[in-house]
Design a protein around this ligand. Structure first.
Ligand code: SF4
Length: 223
């Protein structure tokens, strides 16, 4: 299995349940979902003209559309060669579930790492059984994708982007449709740190015993 890698960098997880945890982020290139507020638009297309050698990806973080193709073996070798301190791997995008992530997450877990993926929920999730799956549901976006029922069922955490009351109503409908035995952690994430969205999220988190995902990295101005 080979993956189109946009960047690999070490930082603190800024979102969801693992906020504050040191993590290595592996960003994969490619996403057809088309969210209007997307802050990683440079990952949308996987064009041949943007393919670069691995040396141009390693240690370089930034909003560039470039990518290199790496195998599971190459990624495991790089991630475990001693340069990183974290043992928590976050596979994000783009949309990482365009790819079969089971070989990579299983291989990293064999090395003693914990894996997490962040997905829009529009595609089937293929990971190791113990990988933490964060679904940030993206409905009604320009790409025209529906939420994938199996992805929602696999979610350990639902991190819901919120700007308006309608988003809260949509989230409640989504939760009501989940099987009763499935109760993922719910975190509200204010869209674009807008003050009104943040105030609404705080109010609703307290009312419903949900968590707030404030995107800590944006307040701290770190990657
Ligand atoms: S799913 Fe994520 S990467 Fe894709 S458009 Fe939406 S926010 Fe951007």
């Amino acid at each position: 299995m080979r993956y189109p890698v946009n960047e690999i960098f070490e930082t603190l997880q800024g979102e969801g349940v693992y906020t504050g945890v040191p993590a290595v982020f592996l960003r994969l290139q490619g996403c057809p979902v088309g969210c209007s507020w997307c802050d990683t638009r440079h990952t949308w297309q996987c064009l041949e003209q943007d393919r670069v050698p691995m040396q141009q990806i390693i240690g370089i973080s930034g909003d560039k559309a470039q990518w290199c193709e790496l195998s599971v073996e190459e990624l495991v070798a790089h991630l475990t060669d001693g340069r990183f301190h974290a043992r928590h791997l976050v596979i994000t995008g783009g949309e990482p579930c365009l790819y079969d992530l089971a070989p990579l997450t299983e291989a990293m877990e064999q090395q003693g790492w914990q894996c997490q993926i962040e997905t829009s929920g529009c595609f089937e999730v293929k990971t190791s059984d113990s990988c933490w799956v964060t679904v940030s549901p993206k409905e009604g976006m320009k790409g025209g994708y529906e939420l994938c029922a199996s992805a929602l069922k696999r979610a350990n955490e639902i991190k819901y982007p919120v700007a308006t009351e309608q988003h809260i109503a949509n989230l409640k409908a989504l939760l009501a449709a989940l099987p009763p035995e499935h109760s993922p952690v719910v975190a509200l994430q204010p869209i674009s740190q807008k003050p009104r969205a943040t105030a609404l999220c705080i109010e609703q988190c307290i009312k419903n015993n949900w968590r707030l995902s404030a995107q800590m990295h944006k307040y701290l101005a770190i990657d």
